[in-house]
Design a binder for this molecule. Structure first.
Ligand SMILES: C[S@@+](CC[C@H](N)C(=O)[O-])C[C@H]1O[C@@H](n2cnc3c(N)ncnc32)[C@H](O)[C@@H]1O
Length: 226
């Protein structure tokens, strides 16, 4: 965890270029948002591993109440500045396993974790915690890498998809995104449909959908219910 936190120290400064310019990131972000906002669940949302807030902010703008949690102070600094003036946000910079339901408030109708599960060394522990935090008909929206990641290939595809001039303008930022991803994938936990279903099923969750067409076929988006 210590290494990961230090990677996000640098990554945080260029991270939001993904949100602004990188279509494969935008598509995955929108899959989370569409599913969260079209779900019949109206209650509170937990954005676990919220990072700089690219899912949290649109949810707040849509009038939803969000508890956002991340262990990286650097990523959260950007979320804090982007959320100024918005209502409905509670922020935690903590390990969720150390927080009680009393401290987090009432149960959540949805838990979203975009590109976070692959970081977790003990995912069962977190999923057990989420099961207890969800309302009886609650859902978990989860995404991450599904197969070995060719960071060089992905970088080239992202570069080719950028609008004219964007790469040249932010060349150093894109290089630091590349370097951060190179370090992060070295320890990434990958899940295909079968292993994700088994992992989450082992903690009581039922898989509703699994789509691994994101990030040029390298990343999945899945929905589970309690
Ligand atoms: C790839 S970023 C994703 C950020 C955001 N969800 C998004 O998609 O833009 C992964 C985030 O997970 C956070 N993270 C990693 N392990 C975590 C943990 N155990 N608890 C909370 N956050 C964690 C990192 O600090 C980082 O901000």
């Amino acid at each position: 965890m210590k290494d990961q936190v230090s990677i996000y120290q640098d990554y945080s400064c260029s991270y939001d270029l993904l949100d602004e310019h990188v279509s494969c990131y935008q598509e995955l972000r929108d899959a989370h948002l569409d599913a969260l906002l079209s779900s019949d669940q109206e209650g509170r949302i937990l954005d676990f591993g919220c990072g700089t807030g690219n899912v949290t902010i649109p949810l707040l703008e849509a009038g939803r109440e969000v508890v956002a949690l991340d262990t990286s102070e650097d990523m959260l600094r950007f979320l804090k500045s982007k959320s100024e003036g918005l209502v409905g946000l509670t922020l935690f910079e903590e390990n969720i396993c150390d927080l009680s339901l009393g401290c987090l408030g009432e149960r959540f109708s949805s838990i979203t974790m975009m590109n976070v599960l692959y970081h977790l060394g003990d995912p069962e522990k977190y999923l057990r915690k989420f099961y207890g935090l969800l309302s009886d008909d609650g859902r978990v929206f989860v995404s991450g890498p599904s197969r070995g990641i060719d960071v060089d290939g992905l970088y080239e595809r992202v570069k080719a998809d950028l609008s004219d001039g964007v790469f040249e303008r932010y060349r150093n930022d894109f290089l630091s995104i590349y370097e951060a991803n190179k370090k992060l994938v070295a320890s990434a936990a990958l899940y295909d449909g079968g292993s994700l279903k088994e992992l989450c099923g082992g903690q009581g969750f039922l898989m509703e959908s699994y789509d691994d067409s994101f990030y040029y076929g390298n990343n999945y988006f899945a929905v589970f219910r309690k």
